[in-house]
Design a protein around this ligand. Structure first.
Ligand code: URA
Length: 280
């Protein structure tokens, strides 16, 4: 008996499943050292030219953005440097969002359904930063809308906050395939945009959710359970900003016993809100 060949729709569904499960690259019989490929300058003359184009201050930003090198063809440090130069040029959050949407330097864009830039109120005094969108966020185009997001909403409500009083973003604005942790290279490439996003939002309090956001934005390398619940200073803005590392709501769904720690941290947040007159 001959097996029926899959039709087009079945193949598309299969590829969708592969991408959702984190399989985002076709394998050959022989292994490839992708890091070595990126490190060989002779193999990427076009990328170097592209980066120079991006560094030109004048001109149509859309044009130079389109010329940004793909992560697959340029070393991550060069792409991150190009992103840094671009991010500085965004004068508003809307400009920054358009810039990130047009950015081709992060390979995650190619497997994600869409950009997940932010949710909430850009004028808010409190900014929350998570790690990266998951499947629900990828479909909705908004951060923290899945189960972890629903828990986050309940946590915020417990201290009198809702999404109109906070601004929410992630360190990486595209879903990593299969919800894997973003690589250090992906984080480094996206970081200039996240830092500019914080600058343009100019919050008075930053809450980092989970270890990746805490390590990336606050430089705290110890485990999140050690560093959570202690105020530190975020030094990326002209004025001092208080930052509070907290446990990630996705972690709390897996370890509900640690919700009591999150509750302590939420009380700290509430007290700080009262001090700056942001509490209702
Ligand atoms: N986890 C995150 O860190 N960010 C989201 O947007 C959703 C889940």
């Amino acid at each position: 008996m001959t097996e029926a060949r899959p039709d087009h729709a079945q193949l598309v569904a299969l590829f969708d499943f592969y991408v959702a499960a984190g399989i985002d690259i076709a394998l050959d019989e022989a292994p490839h050292d992708r890091f070595a490929e990126n490190a060989r300058p002779a193999e990427r003359p076009a990328a170097a030219a592209d980066v120079r184009l991006v560094q030109e201050p004048a001109g149509d930003p859309e044009r130079s953005l389109r010329a940004l090198p793909l992560a697959a063809t340029a070393p991550p440090e060069e792409v991150a440097e190009a992103a840094r130069m671009r991010a500085r040029e965004a004068r508003t959050l809307a400009e920054l969002e358009a810039m990130v949407a047009a950015f081709e330097g992060c390979a995650l864009k190619r497997t994600a359904k869409q950009l997940v830039f932010a949710d909430g109120n850009p004028e808010a005094d409190i900014m929350l930063v998570g790690e990266a969108p998951g499947g629900d966020e990828d479909r909705a185009g908004k951060p923290f809308v899945g189960r972890a997001g629903q828990l986050l909403d309940r946590m915020l409500a417990s201290v009198g906050l809702d999404r109109n009083q906070v601004y929410i973003a992630n360190v990486v604005p595209w879903r990593p395939p299969g919800n894997r942790t973003p690589t250090p290279q992906e984080v480094a490439i996206c970081l200039p945009f996240t830092l500019r996003q914080i600058e343009l939002c100019a919050p008075r309090i930053i809450v980092t959710l989970g270890a990746p956001a805490t390590q990336t934005l606050l430089g705290l390398k110890e485990g999140i359970k050690r560093v959570r619940g202690r105020w530190v200073e975020y030094s990326g803005l002209a004025h001092p900003v208080r930052a509070l590392p907290m446990l990630h709501p996705a972690y709390l769904l897996r370890q509900p016993v640690d919700k009591r720690l999150a509750w302590r941290d939420l009380r700290l947040l509430r007290r700080a809100m009262e001090e700056i007159g942001a509490a209702r």
